[in-house]
Design a binder for this molecule. Structure first.
Ligand code: NAD
Ligand code: UGA
Length: 441
């Protein structure tokens, strides 16, 4: 079993650390955020992620997993240093590598034994080479036996543990096959395909995968908008398409578009890389444009239904960028709320997990305790995130307490016919009326 240091204890670092510990390795998770580490030491998770607390707790108790802010302690005798720090968008959409640089420099300063540096953060193509240069430069002539391996992470928030433990594939890239094979051994017990390739190709697999998934979503959203005009139902269209094995059913849910900490920044960063190197990423630009418009369309629908949004009360259900996470980074709900507030609406909202995170970024929004409180007295009710608890709401109560019974189902969660029969004006995404031949939206 191996000794692993994981640098950065966010979604990726914490899940990686906990899962490698669970596979029997000794793992030290390091972060520069003292509050985060102190809380983790007391068993408090910094994020909401199903199954995480249990796996952390179990492995801490067995002595395989520990947390620290102390670099020397974390790196001591480590055979592998996984870099899992954030790579946020810089001013021009490029990936900001300052945290990766800090991590690489700390490794260069503190390690005096053979080590494999594994890049798990999503980093621009060429970063693996750059990390090796940063380390070599920092050593200033002092020799160090090290290799860099790219190991992009493909987990999704909300199912991160499951994704880590049962991945579709593990991708490893290195100029040194032996180093990549050593990292591959850490994953052997997962019994999944392991692809070993060169550094730059591995880095590109990550960007291309995220960009492709975002493209599928923008594609189906564009089809949804056409469906609305032509009287077709996008859910059925997606089902019919997905039955084709070459297409497959995943990532064809039309809605408010993609958000989260990765798709927006990664598509932007890939487009930036492309422009910088003289290519013209037209498709990526269109994918981003469609996504932006998708949020605007629901606001337009509400405005048209109400005549104006000024002084109207709009209730928003769901704030996290997707269900089963408390992450609100680039959440579609936040942008929609911003647009609604700009037009003079007063917004109230509820989310099963993201209320604490939302409180600091939504100062003007009234945060409610339940979905029913959100609906009470509202002129419109907008579903932004399809949490399970919103699937079976009592619309009888909601119908009685809303001031104007307008529903904007931006995730196609509810039965429109039933709601219309109850007296609601119901809008959804890409579900044109079959009887009229054209649009109910
Ligand atoms: P995050 O923001 O949740 O966590 C990053 C952590 O790194 C923070 O806790 C921060 O304090 C810490 N950190 C920053 N500088 C540090 C340093 N010098 N030393 C030690 N710790 C430091 O980020 P995340 O969502 O876990 O993403 C990490 C990387 O993984 C990003 O590149 C992201 O694109 C990629 N990724 C994320 C996901 C996801 O679902 N969130 C999935 C796949 C890949
Ligand atoms: C995504 C990828 O799925 C992961 O493989 C990748 O590792 C990760 O980004 C990353 O690089 O960080 P994540 O952002 O956690 O994972 O969540 P997804 O399930 O991919 O959803 C992203 C966004 O797309 C959400 O806002 C979701 O609501 C939206 N979405 C997803 C749709 O609108 N329609 C769909 O059919 C699927």
């Amino acid at each position: 079993m191996s000794r692993i240091c994981v640098i950065g204890t966010g979604y990726v670092g914490l899940v990686t650390g906990a899962c490698f510990a669970d596979l029997g390795n000794t793992v030290v998770c390091l972060d520069v955020d003292e509050t985060r580490i102190n809380r983790l030491k007391s068993g408090i998770m910094p994020i909401y992620e199903p199954g995480l607390e249990q796996i952390v707790d179990q492995n801490v108790r067995h002595g395989r997993l520990s947390f620290t802010t102390d670099y020397p302690e974390a790196l001591k005798n480590a055979e592998f240093a996984f870099i899992a720090v954030g790579t946020p968008s810089g001013v021009d959409g490029e990936a900001d590598l300052q945290y990766v640089r800090q991590a690489a420099e700390s490794i260069a300063d503190l390690v005096e034994w053979p080590i494999i540096v594994v890049n798990k953060s999503t980093v621009p193509v060429g970063t693996g080479d750059w990390v090796a240069e940063v380390i070599t430069r920092r050593r200033n002539g002092r020799p160090l036996d090290f290799n860099v391996v790219s190991n992009p992470e493909f987990l999704r928030e909300g199912s991160a543990i499951l994704d880590f433990m049962s991945p579709d594939r593990v991708v490893l890239g290195s100029l040194h096959r032996e180093a990549a094979e050593k990292v591959a051994r850490l994953y052997l017990s997962l019994r999944c395909p392991i692809m070993i390739t060169d550094l730059r190709t591995a880095e590109m697999v990550k960007y291309a995968s995220n960009a492709f998934l975002a493209t599928r979503i923008s594609f189906i959203n564009e089809i949804a908008n056409i469906c609305e005009e032509l009287g077709a139902d996008v859910r059925e269209v997606a089902r019919g398409m997905g039955l084709d094995k070459r297409i497959g059913p995943s990532f064809l849910d039309a809605g408010l578009g993609w958000g989260g900490s990765c798709f927006p920044k990664d598509v932007k960063a890939l487009a930036h890389m492309a422009v910088l190197h003289g290519t013209h990423p037209q498709l990526l630009q269109a994918v981003m444009d469609i996504n932006r418009n998708q949020r605007r369309r629901v606001v337009v629908k509400l405005r048209r239904a109400l005549g104006t949004l000024d002084q109207k009360v709009i209730g928003v259900l769901g704030l996290s960028f997707k269900p089963n996470t408390d992450d609100i980074r680039e959440a579609p709900a936040l942008e929609v709320i911003h647009l609604l507030e700009n037009e003079g609406a007063s917004v109230r909202a509820y989310d099963p997990q993201a209320m604490q995170a939302a409180a600091s970024v939504l100062p003007r929004v009234r945060l409610c305790e339940t979905a029913y409180e959100v609906a009470e007295g509202a002129d419109g009710l907008l579903l932004a995130t399809e949490w399970n608890e919103f699937k079976q709401l009592d619309f009888g109560i909601i119908r009685q307490t809303m001031r104007t019974p307008i529903i904007m189902d931006s995730r196609n969660l509810w039965d429109g016919e039933q709601l219309r029969a109850m007296g609601f004006t119901y809008f959804s995404i890409g579900r044109g009326s079959k009887t009229n031949g054209h649009t109910q939206g």
